[in-house]
Design a protein around this ligand. Structure first.
Ligand code: GRG
Length: 316
């Protein structure tokens, strides 16, 4: 199998944001550099844990979440230099969730981003510690790391947003619902609730954390961003479910059909493939219409519109 390229696919959004592919690649390169600078070095003890941390975070993934933080900043005029800390923190939480999700006690996956999963490359105990350490580091960065507004009240807001999105009301709770759903029939409303928490909450937090770095942002713009972020969070997970049914394993970098193999209810398994696609496009349209309020206020919706296009049209 081909190792998943770290390069972003050419953008299908050329009309809305002609330089989007180049912009994404710049954000992707930036986050790789910023993450690398914040991770412990391999030659520092405990070396094996640090090697596993760097293996799990660097050199792969689409970097959707950091890109969303930067795209929000680009839309509302916050410089990247004071978004880096938030972009790193959210990607570290995401990386931790993938490492733990792949463990035998959860989804038991051997392949992630076209490479052996952390517990396969190292061992289970190390993978558990990688997740624990990444979660702590994410909050340490928000509390006192570089690349964020200096204002302590902004940092506190960022900690709060990320903690709520990661905890039982968000990602961890969504994962619990996901595990409890194995072999059961769920209603569509229950599947949506699971998706909104497991994946949508962290996607939503990326946008709201970018917005929090502009403390003077008018309330109506914050509300528009909130609506946009909720819509793309769910749309992203529906596309993930669709890719699990229809995706190309060599492009995705992990096995397809995993949800069916685990007997997990997904959007397409409950609603059907075509209605799932329709729901995803409806959410995409809702996200774009929320962004119209940014343009009306003289802000730049194009980076966020292009992100939404990419998330629903992506092939991995
Ligand atoms: C272990 C608390 C805990 C939570 C795990 C994120 C998650 C919850 C599980 C991952 C399983 C999964 C496939 C979730 C669906 C959506 C998702 C998060 C996909 C992976 O995110 P991408 O596509 O991955 O952004 P890359 O590799 O590009 O970073």
């Amino acid at each position: 199998m081909a190792v998943q390229s770290s390069a972003i696919q050419p953008s299908p959004t050329a009309g809305r944001h002609p330089d989007f592919a180049a912009q994404l690649q710049q954000w992707q390169a930036r986050i790789e550099r910023e993450l690398s600078a914040r991770l412990p070095a391999v030659d520092v003890q405990p070396n094996r844990l640090h090697a596993a941390i760097r293996y799990s975070v660097l050199g792969g993934g689409k970097r959707v979440r950091p890109a969303l933080v930067y795209a929000t900043g680009a839309a509302i005029g916050v410089p990247e230099s004071i978004l880096d800390g938030a972009a790193c923190a959210v990607e570290l939480i995401h990386a931790y969730s993938l490492v733990h999700d792949d463990l035998p006690a959860m989804d038991n996956d051997d392949l992630r981003r076209g490479r052996p999963t952390c517990h396969k490359q190292f061992d289970e105990a190390t993978a558990i510690l990688v997740g624990d350490s990444l979660q702590c580091l994410a909050f340490e960065l928000l509390a006192e790391g570089p690349g964020l507004p200096a204002d302590p009240s902004v940092r506190l807001k960022l900690v709060r947003l990320l903690a709520i999105a990661s905890g039982t009301g968000g990602m961890a709770g969504g994962q619990a619902l996901d595990l409890a759903a194995i072999g059961r029939k769920l209603s569509l409303a229950e599947v949506e609730e699971m998706h909104v928490r497991k994946t949508g909450a962290l996607i939503h937090a990326c946008v709201m954390m970018g917005a929090a770095c502009a403390p003077q942002l008018p309330e109506n713009i914050t509300r528009a961003l909130d609506e946009y972020a909720r819509a793309i969070g769910l749309a992203f997970q529906i596309q993930d479910d669709l890719l699990d049914v229809e995706g190309d394993v060599a492009v995705i970098g992990k096995a397809t059909g995993a949800d069916r193999a685990l007997d997990k209810p997904t959007y397409p398994s409950v609603a059907g493939v075509e209605p799932s696609r329709q729901r995803m496009h409806e959410l995409h349209t809702r996200a774009l219409s929320a962004l119209a309020r940014l343009d009306a206020a003289g802000l730049q919706s194009a980076p966020l519109a292009a992100m939404s296009d990419w998330l629903v049209l992506r092939k991995y």
